[in-house]
Design a protein around this ligand. Structure first.
Ligand code: AMP
Ligand code: ZN
Length: 562
């Protein structure tokens, strides 16, 4: 039944759909022709032979004549009548017996057969295939991942149980294996044992099943995305090497960028004792000062390694003015962040965050704020059955009344996290209009909408697809890396042997690769040296924490090979 439906669906897409229009037009023409002949038949029979026939008889006679059946039960007996019969029969031959079948064959049957012959779903990859990344579950995250893999020339294969999707992806030039992801035969066909990595992006139960099946066949590393963080352990038990609670990570990213509360609330990730945090300039005493005047380094030991403003990342100079709209990217230890809290604490204003959308991501953002005692209000058009911890205002956030009544005018921060990007863009625009000073952090479900969200007035946009795809790419490449946003990574490398004994200045890491050193890890238990001065000597056993774009990271790897 499914196959029949899939075959039928062929006639309703692409060129076949256009051809159906042509066919409908032609059939209308034929109907009109039959009607006209039927009317003429009645008229001529009456005028020439004095016989009166009904219109239905006219249609019957025309069809038998046009289709050359000609039963001979009703015939003319005069020359003009014979002439008319001959014209009707001849036009029937042309329009009904030649053009109609020809059209049907050339417009429908031939393309359909050609398509069937051309597309034989690949069920098994060639025996020599190896090192490929196997992707199960194709959505915006894995689509972005495939772009990363294409840029890095890493081969990948998508396994799809959906015939239609398999065709569509193959037409895009992607390599696809058609099969059920949890079926051992399909996994063998996809050469799972020779694959470089497995990316499981199905539902939690399907991912678990996939992990178990793959583990019964081979040891290929598996990275899986998980919907419910409670399932993380189960997936590990089933054999996953990494399980990524993406929605929680997204909630965390959104929340940490929305609040102006204490510096420790902004830690994004860490490399050992080195923490990377992002803190809004607003709510700190540094607003309007230059980086040199702010003396962040002297007062706290923290290094400002970057500045974000409306999606633009820059490396700050001593004379860069710290705008209240900017977000500082800081590197340092937990103690140093505590020291910053002391400095900013004096200025700490009452923070209040509005969260629009209480799905899994909004809920994770709320939990994050709750742990840091930041007050928040959740708004959703329906209650979240999976959440027992929060009480949300039930209402449509697109209504200005709901927004005003929830206190948007007084709120300091806003997290826009519905599952629909058009709604998110609308909500960003409407909220910016009501409260021009509010800090808006918006979620983009599709990467294409990041720009529109910034244009609508968001201060920071976090994209599902980019975050997910970057985490997965880093895992595939075995990189220890923190993803800040599309285009900027903080990553770790062992000190290349050729640089041992050189000073940072002499190593020429920045001029040669474009990457900057964020910190130096020392092999003893000492804290990392954050943004070390240029004269620091690079010693054996040190780890480099660097910041740069993915391209700069590649240049680094090429320039400083082991
Ligand atoms: P999730 O993708 O799991 O984070 O869920 C997104 C949430 O956004 C769902 O709980 C939706 O009910 C919610 N949502 C979608 N549109 C609106 C809206 N116009 N107003 C309020 N909440 C919304
Ligand atoms: Zn919740």
């Amino acid at each position: 039944m499914k196959t029949f439906a899939a075959e039928l669906a062929y006639f309703f897409r692409g060129q076949a759909r256009k051809n159906i229009k042509i066919l409908t037009f032609y059939c209308s023409f034929l109907t009109l022709l039959v009607m006209t002949y039927a009317a003429l038949f009645r008229f001529l029979m009456w005028e020439l032979e004095g016989r009166d026939y009904s219109f239905i008889t006219g249609i019957y006679w025309t069809i038998t004549a046009m289709s050359t059946l000609g039963y001979g039960d009703i015939t003319f007996s005069s020359d003009p009548g014979f002439l008319f019969s001959a014209i009707v029969t001849l036009s029937g031959v042309v329009f009904m017996l030649i053009l109609l079948p020809f059209g049907m064959i050339s417009l429908f049957l031939a393309p359909w057969i050609e398509q069937r012959l051309r597309y034989r779903a690949t069920m098994a990859l060639p025996a020599e295939t190896s090192g490929h990344i196997l992707i199960f579950g194709f959505d915006s995250v894995t689509r972005t991942l495939t772009r990363h893999l294409q840029n890095r020339r890493t081969p990948f294969v998508i396994v799809s149980p959906d015939h239609e999707q398999a065709i569509a992806l193959e037409e895009e030039g992607l390599q696809v294996v058609y099969g059920t992801p949890t079926d051992a035969k399909a996994l063998r066909g996809a050469r799972v044992e020779a694959a470089g990595h497995i990316i499981a992006n199905l539902s939690d139960p399907e991912n678990t099943n996939l992990c178990l099946t793959a583990r019964s066949l081979c040891d290929t590393p598996i990275a899986t995305l998980v919907n419910e963080p409670e399932h993380q352990d189960l997936l590990r038990l089933a054999g996953a090497d990494q399980s990524i609670p993406l929605k929680n990570i997204l909630g965390h990213y959104l929340a940490s960028r929305a609040t102006t509360r204490g510096a420790l609330a902004h830690v994004l990730d860490s490399f050992g004792s080195l923490q990377i945090a992002e803190i809004p300039v607003q709510g700190t005493p540094f607003v309007g000062q230059t980086l040199a005047q702010a003396q962040v380094r002297q007062r706290t030991g923290l290094a400002v390694i970057g500045l974000w403003e409306r999606g633009r990342f820059t490396t700050p100079q001593a004379d860069t003015i710290l705008s209240p709209k900017a977000l500082m990217v800081l590197a340092g230890t937990a103690e140093q962040l505590k020291a910053l809290e002391k400095v900013t604490g004096e200025e700490e204003s009452e923070d209040r965050i509005l969260i629009l959308g209480h799905g899994r991501i909004g809920c994770a953002a709320a939990s994050f704020l709750e742990r840091r005692s930041v007050p928040f209000i959740l708004i959703d058009c329906q209650s979240n059955p999976d959440c027992l911890d929060h009480v949300a205002v039930i209402g449509d956030a697109t209504s200005p009344k709901v927004l005003r009544e929830s206190g948007i005018q007084e709120a300091k921060g806003l997290i826009v996290t519905t599952n629909d990007d058009s709604t998110n863009i609308f909500l960003t625009l409407a909220s910016r209009h009501i409260n021009p000073d509010i800090r808006i952090v918006a979620r983009a479900n599709r990467e294409e909408n990041v720009e529109q969200l910034y244009a609508a007035g968001a201060d920071f946009v976090v994209s599902n697809a980019s975050v997910g795809a970057n985490i997965l790419s880093n895992i595939i490449e075995g990189k220890e890396s923190i993803f800040l946003t599309e285009g900027i990574n903080v990553f770790r490398r062992d000190l290349p042997p050729e640089l041992i004994g050189k000073s940072i200045q002499d190593s020429r890491i920045r001029p040669r690769s474009g990457c900057s050193i964020v910190a130096l890890e020392r092999d003893d238990d000492q804290d990392p040296l954050v943004v070390p001065p240029p004269e620091t000597i690079l010693a054996k056993g040190m780890g480099l924490i660097l910041i740069g774009s993915p391209e700069q990271e590649q240049v680094f790897s090429r320039t400083f090979r082991h």
